[in-house]
Design a protein around this ligand. Structure first.
Ligand SMILES: Nc1ncnc2c1ncn2[C@@H]1O[C@H](COP(=O)(O)OP(=O)(O)O)[C@@H](O)[C@H]1O
Ligand SMILES: [Mg+2]
Length: 285
């Protein structure tokens, strides 16, 4: 394990390489919100991600599509450091995550960050899952107040004010005193979004946020996500909602078998080039 985590990084450690890439890119002025380079992930002998490259610009929406088992959740979990990389690198806001470069015996090596450093990096990211995982014994308001108080040490009165504002933002200002069991699935997922927003993340990751919902509740959650996008939030969204992808995404990424098969603007949904992407779209549309 530890051998795998202290990788030699000669292939992408040179400052000259990074600067070249930046200088020739069309958007040379901005630091990507997320930059994944040749990301690999294996669970034992199961090679799940096989060299994924992805760049996400600040304020943009990336929608990841792909069949079940293609590695989409694993990729989001790597960005959020719920898993550790087997190979490659990920930068968030221009900062390498999970590791720092150190020079040992004249060689550039990667050293694992400590828990506090990783927690600070993870605080830049908010994540919303298919299952909302709200605390059942806490009201919507208390669920949203929880992390600002216990993770950030925010005063209770301030956390309450913040939580109310975030619940308003997801259209649930009038449900603050309700317990999860008293809310619909769509409302619970909106509380989960408010809970993530209360930590003031730079980037929001959504992993199939509407897949567990009854069809009539999907729209209200997508509506909240759309308004977040309109507000300029940087978002990576794994979803099968093709309409949302077409209307809201700046970038579409189609993954299959641990690789990016096709990537482009939302227009690729209507004009896929790769047969595997075309097949996938025929099944979900
Ligand atoms: N913790 C884990 N241990 C072992 N295998 C895993 C683990 N998490 C995911 N996998 C496997 O990795 C593959 C990709 O899973 P996942 O990233 O969840 O795909 P997707 O989100 O695209 O459906 C699947 O074969 C899955 O079984
Ligand atoms: Mg998944």
């Amino acid at each position: 394990m530890s051998a795998g985590r202290t990788n030699e990084s000669a292939s992408h450690s040179g400052e000259g390489i990074d600067m070249n890439t930046t200088a020739t890119a069309a958007t040379a002025a901005t630091t990507p919100a997320v930059k994944a380079v040749q990301v690999h992930k294996a669970y034992g002998s199961l090679h799940v991600l096989k060299g994924v490259d992805l760049t996400v610009e600040p304020g943009s929406v990336t929608v990841m599509l792909g069949p079940s088992g293609s590695g989409k959740s694993t990729f989001l979990r790597l960005i959020n450091q719920l898993e550790t990389l087997t190979g490659g690198s990920i930068e968030v806001d221009g900062e390498l995550i999970g590791y720092r470069h150190v020079t040992k015996g004249g060689r550039d090596m990667l050293q694992t960050l400590d828990d506090r450093e990783i927690a600070a990096q993870r605080a830049k990211l908010g994540m919303v899952f298919q299952r909302f995982n709200l605390f059942p014994h806490m009201t919507a308001l208390e669920n949203v107040m929880e992390a600002p108080i216990h993770v950030k040490g925010m005063a209770k009165a301030q956390a309450r004010e913040l939580a109310l504002a975030e619940l308003e933002r997801v259209g649930l200002g009038d449900r603050a005193g309700h317990y999860p069991a008293e809310l619909s699935g769509g409302q619970q997922q909106r509380v989960a979004i408010a809970r993530a927003l209360a930590m003031k993340p730079d980037i929001m990751l959504f992993d199939e946020p509407t897949s567990a919902l009854d069809p009539e509740l999907v729209g209200e959650v997508l509506g909240v996500m759309r308004s977040l996008a309109d507000d300029g939030m940087t978002m990576i969204v794994v979803t099968h909602e093709i309409g949302f992808a077409r209307e809201v995404a700046d970038q579409i990424v189609f993954m299959a078998d641990g690789v990016v098969v096709e990537q482009g603007g939302p227009d690729i949904i209507d004009n896929p080039t790769e047969p595997r992407f075309r097949d996938f779209l025929q099944h979900v549309l």
